[in-house]
Design a protein around this ligand. Structure first.
Ligand code: ZN
Length: 132
């Protein structure tokens, strides 16, 4: 089935300056895949001084559709080289995130909020404190 599009006229855009993402192991889409909690940090165009955080949950199937459609639009609007650069940037950020996530795991900060905030000294997840 071909993709359907609508003409969306934006108004008072929420301008995102930073994002965060985390797989939520308790949220699934109808395909059984985990969803991503996506956090958007920014402000409305008309009130740029009033920064906000918008918390969202995006099923992975919806995320794949979004990213695939974005790739098609980059190719059509800016060309194949621009899409290639974008995909290279994605690979670079993925490698950096892998390294950072491995570091959090080594420091025992990736299991629970207490572990994260106390640098692995205290846990509310059942993980014992102290050094491994
Ligand atoms: Zn923990």
């Amino acid at each position: 089935m071909p993709r359907e599009f609508d003409f969306v006229k934006a108004s008072n855009l929420f301008v995102v300056g930073n994002t965060g993402v985390r797989i939520d192991p308790e949220a699934y889409c109808e395909h059984g895949a985990t969803a991503a909690a996506v956090f958007l940090f920014g402000a409305r165009q008309r009130t740029p001084e009033s920064t906000q955080r918008i918390d969202t949950i995006v099923p992975r199937c919806v995320m794949a559709e979004l990213i695939g459609t974005l790739q098609a639009q980059i190719r059509r609007t800016d060309g194949e080289a621009a899409l290639s650069q974008f995909l290279d940037d994605v690979d670079t950020f993925a490698a950096e995130a892998d390294t950072a996530l491995e570091q959090l795991h080594t420091e025992r900060r990736d299991c629970c909020e207490a572990g994260f905030r106390t640098h692995g000294r205290e846990h509310t997840c059942g993980e014992a404190g102290g050094q491994r």
